[in-house]
Design a protein around this ligand. Structure first.
Ligand SMILES: [Fe+2]
Length: 704
């Protein structure tokens, strides 16, 4: 892919690291690539604030010193998207028959490779199917239609023949077929086979494949059943010859195959309906780069948010990573739970270029420009593949251009408003990532008195959700600092937790819709979708849940009666009890905006929650989430469009404070951190740090 950036921007060097979260004494590998290979300066910095906009909190970093800096030689490393299957050590066959089912989803003039039998390629294009080994070929010309199942039979030996049959889409269509044979003797030598590409990145196929089988002289040599081992990156050979293959770049499994007829909705009950794999030429979950630099975290380094800063002439890159405290230790009573699952969900999100909800393409910085020029770094969970199917997977094993400072203020960079505030108030905190919580569960949180979320902790696996809930029930104090939290269920690849999956099932405010019949995760097998439809609405955990979104500016909260409740006295202490809070901020001009959450008993919000303040007077673009509409209706002044700032106690001595707005953290820094939003947030944090248990309302604290 060409490296021509729009505008005046320069960015040649880019990278990622493995792992993303680690402990003192462990190694992190930085994998760098430059379009101008050569030396680059590197240094490790603590990353405090990344919002370098003129009205932002500034780019604030603290170098670790000369011992943690130097010069590194950076090569250019390839980005090679496209998922495929590879089977090693296939035997020699003098003659044989290869059969496969094919469901193309993006036909073009340019051929795509369905299968390569050690160089004997079966290629599909918009007007037919060809089998060729470079010396001779058979071609069946046929009027092919996308999203119809085709059966292909290739026979080789003394002659080469190809039969193609296209299934009708419904009762009104008729089947299409064709056959071609040439008298060319052709055998297949021993070697490697590929499905869905000729080799990595070569003629990648877009569409589904099912049930490839090869026979020779009446014997089955290999027969792959894609309905088996759906939870893995392995394709299983059922012939008894152990010719299992491996999948690369995470194609989509647990998808409907040729036998799906609508009588089953799950591969658990009807695996034979789900015996297909969907490949995309733009699937990309592992760049596979070599290490450029390996750095060991010093034994005495405090837990926190760090980055490797790489500078090469005019071009720079920051590669953030997170350092936990040593195993079994805590460096602070406060834990900042970094919402890395959300960072992955939005990784390399391009909605601002595609005329989506953010309007016309705009480039504010080199990271945007690089992202625009490089689809080859892969997509976020907010995009479609080129064939029109939704992107189901995201990964941290590739450069992520919006998980850095000097990018827009969304997800990672917006969350640096929180770390900037914690530093400014000199509150020491440990960090941990979503992935750590997913892998370690509740025990990763044990001992922490306060957990602070990011601005947008939207994507939660079952293990993460259960872990946070268990910790809260055991006396934890949770500060939910954002909006649209705990919204989608996700799954992690069990063999590689750096890869996450989402199925946008049933309903929800969503970038794409899961296809009918494809609501179960391939990883872990759970039913996907919104937590509010899965028995665990966010309201039950944090008192509020997603109510509305809008990107045309923020507003204030109106102070409610709850602010006068004696239970909330510690929150409002020293805060001007005026009528409005947060009518300022660097995220749209108000503390309530972007994505907002509402207290709602019918969705599980605790009745005893104190509603401190509720936003009002939102702009016209702030519209209620679509999952709450039974049918479309005219818009009026919708009382359910509001952010509720709430506090409540939890049995066991714990408590929750929820802001209900993504924009909230953008108000902390206003007036040099001297404002009511910063003040009341700090009041909450100071009290939450106090070991004195919270009593449930009406309960005598002395007797509990
Ligand atoms: Fe969101």
């Amino acid at each position: 892919m060409s490296h021509e950036l729009p505008g005046e921007f320069t960015k040649d060097v880019v990278g990622y690291c493995v792992p993303l979260s680690l402990r003192p004494g462990e190694d992190v590998a930085f994998k760098l690539s430059s379009y101008r290979p050569g030396p680059a300066e590197w240094s490790i910095v603590e990353l405090i604030s990344g919002d370098d906009r003129p009205h932002g909190t500034g780019l604030i970093e603290r170098g670790l010193g000369e011992a943690h800096a130097g010069v590194v030689e950076v090569d250019q490393q390839a980005l090679t998207p496209g998922s495929f299957a590879r089977i090693e050590d296939m035997p020699e066959m003098e003659e044989g028959v290869f059969e496969i089912w094919v469901y193309p989803t993006l036909l073009r003039e340019v051929p795509q490779c369905i299968a390569s039998l050690n160089g004997l390629e079966i290629l599909i294009d918009e007007s037919g199917v060809t089998a060729t080994n470079g010396r001779g070929q058979v071609r069946v010309v046929l009027d092919l239609v996308e999203r119809r199942w085709l059966n292909l039979r290739l026979a080789f030996g003394v002659a080469l023949s190809l039969a193609v049959e296209q299934s009708p889409g419904g009762v009104a269509e008729s089947a299409g077929q064709g056959f071609e044979k040439i008298g060319m003797a052709l055998s297949v030598a021993a070697g490697t086979w590929h499905f869905a590409s000729a080799a990595a990145g070569d003629k990648c196929f877009n569409g589904r494949l099912e049930a490839p089988v090869v026979t020779s002289r009446g014997r089955v040599i290999a027969a792959w059943d894609f309905a088996q081992a759906i939870n893995t990156q392995r394709i299983v050979d059922t012939s008894g010859n152990a010719r299992d293959g491996e999948l690369f770049q995470t194609p989509t499994r647990a998808v409907k195959g040729r036998r799906w007829d609508g009588t089953a909705q799950s591969y658990h009950t009807a695996p034979e309906h789900y015996a297909a794999i969907h490949f995309h030429e733009d699937d990309f979950t592992d760049a596979g780069w070599q290490d450029s630099l390996v750095w060991r975290v010093p034994d005495d380094l405090a837990s926190g948010q760090y980055a490797c800063k790489v500078v090469q002439g005019e071009s720079e890159d920051y590669i953030p990573f997170f350092v936990r405290p040593p195993a079994g230790e805590r460096g602070a009573d406060v834990l900042y739970l970094v919402p890395t699952a959300t960072y992955l969900a939005y990784a390399n999100q391009r909605l601002q270029f595609t005329g989506g909800i953010f309007g016309e393409p705009t480039f504010h910085h080199a990271n945007d420009a690089f992202l625009y020029a490089h689809e080859d770094v892969g997509f976020s969970l907010y995009e479609y593949h080129r064939d029109g199917s939704g992107v189901h997977f995201s990964s941290r094993l590739r450069p992520i251009l919006n998980m850095k400072p000097r990018t827009g203020t969304w997800a990672f960079n917006a969350d640096t408003h929180i770390t900037a505030w914690l530093h400014e108030r000199e509150i020491s905190f440990d960090v941990m990532t979503d992935e750590d919580l997913h892998v370690d569960g509740a025990k990763a949180l044990s001992g922490y008195r306060v957990v602070i979320t990011g601005t947008h902790p939207e994507y939660y696996s079952t293990s993460m959700r259960d872990g946070l809930s268990a910790w809260l029930g055991a006396g934890g104090r949770l500060m939910y600092m954002g909006g649209n939290g705990f919204y989608w269920r996700i799954a992690h690849d069990p063999d590689n937790p750096g890869v996450i999956e989402v199925r946008r099932a049933e309903d929800g405010t969503r970038a794409w819709m899961a296809e009918p019949g494809e609501y179960y995760h391939q990883f872990g097998g759970e039913y996907g979708g919104l937590w509010r439809r899965l028995g665990k609405p966010p309201n039950e955990l944090v008192g509020i849940g997603f109510a509305a979104q809008g990107f045309d500016g923020g507003t204030y909260y109106r102070v409610q009666e709850g602010a006068l409740d004696p239970r909330a006295a510690f929150i409002v202490e020293g805060v001007d009890a005026g009528e409005q809070w947060g009518s300022f901020g660097n995220q749209g001009g108000g503390a309530a905006g972007e994505e907002i959450d509402r207290w709602d008993v019918s969705l599980g919000s605790p009745r005893h929650a104190v509603i401190l303040a509720s936003s009002e007077n939102h702009r016209p673009g702030m519209l209620r989430v679509k999952e709450e509409f039974h049918m479309t209706q005219p818009l009026g002044n919708d009382p359910k469009v509001r952010a509720d700032m709430v506090f409540f106690e939890v049995p066991g001595g714990g408590a929750v404070f929820s802001t209900g707005s993504i924009s909230y953290a953008g108000s902390l820094a206003h007036n040099n951190y001297d404002n009511e939003i910063a003040r009341l947030t700090e009041n909450v944090l100071r009290r939450f740090l106090d070991p004195e248990p919270f009593a449930m309302p009406g309960e005598d604290p002395l007797r509990s």
